[in-house]
Ligand binder design. Structure first.
Ligand code: ADP
Ligand code: MG
Length: 239
């Protein structure tokens, strides 16, 4: 089943067209990645799916329902949750408080809190060790784990991950990608935005390449990893 359909999406900042005629689909249970250079329109696309940017043209459908004009706060209970670029955790709150914020939109959050925390702590044991620590005092990698954990607390059907590997050391990047795999195996569908193209393509079922606001290539992750022109343009020496 197709969980998310993005059809001819155009989003502007004033007169600047940030994305143009962007069309892609995310099948339920899949990892789909959007890769592209800085400024390609990746974050704009995710923000639009979260309801944080207005659509100039095109449509977004989730589980077959048109949500193009749906406000952001209604999308979380519907099952769309974002781990934003640059983490955006609440630095003055503890790890636990940050995680509770992630569950805020759920009416049954009190009942399910311990099970939800357990799921997050199983994926990210480090967060359990640091549960009382102020989030702003944690390392970049720990903050990334917290941002992903917080997004999972709303029990999303679709999680949007904006550059989870940004700024992390290689060993930590491996760990984050392996956790992304675990999240998929638990049945959560993933839309992953990355500049780290090689890693993203390796775990993706389907991949789209964004260039200056437009999708210029698509294929399976394996196809694009194996494609010489893709490797030359996007994978640099990282092969
Ligand atoms: N708040 C903003 N105001 C004006 N232009 C923006 C804003 N945010 C992003 N842009 C522009 O939109 C384009 C896409 O940016 P973005 O979606 O952040 O790309 P990416 O996440 O792929 O790096 C870029 O040209 C960027 O300069
Ligand atoms: Mg971005």
């Amino acid at each position: 089943m197709t969980l998310l359909e993005v059809d001819g999406l155009c989003v502007n900042y004033g007169r600047i067209e940030a994305i143009r005629d962007v069309t892609f689909a995310v099948e339920e249970g899949a990892v789909v990645t959007l890769i592209g250079a800085n400024g390609a329109g990746k974050t704009t696309t995710l923000k639009t799916l979260s309801g944080l940017r207005k659509v100039r043209a095109g449509a977004v459908r989730f589980q077959g329902k048109d949500i193009t004009a749906m406000p952001a706060h209604l999308r979380v209970p519907l099952g769309i949750s974002q781990s934003p670029e640059g983490r955006r955790i609440f630095p003055g709150m503890s790890v636990l408080e940050n995680l509770d914020m992630g569950a805020f939109s759920r009416a049954d959050r009190v009942k399910t809190r311990s099970a939800d925390l357990e799921r997050v702590f199983t994926l990210f044991p480090r967060l359990e060790e640091r549960r009382e620590q102020l989030a702003g005092t944690m390392s970049g990698g720990e903050q990334q784990m917290l941002a992903m954990g917080r997004a999972l607390m709303s029990r999303p059907k679709l999680i949007l991950l904006d550059e989870p590997s940004m700024g992390l050391a290689p060993k930590l990047i491996q760990q984050i990608f392996s956790i992304i795999n675990d999240i998929r195996e638990q049945g959560t569908t993933i839309l992953l935005v990355e500049q780290n193209a090689m890693q993203a393509l390796r775990i993706a079922d389907r991949a789209y390449i964004l260039e200056t606001g437009e999708i210029v290539r698509e294929g399976t992750g394996d196809d694009l990893v194996a494609d010489d022109s893709v490797r030359a343009a996007y994978l640099g020496g990282d092969v």
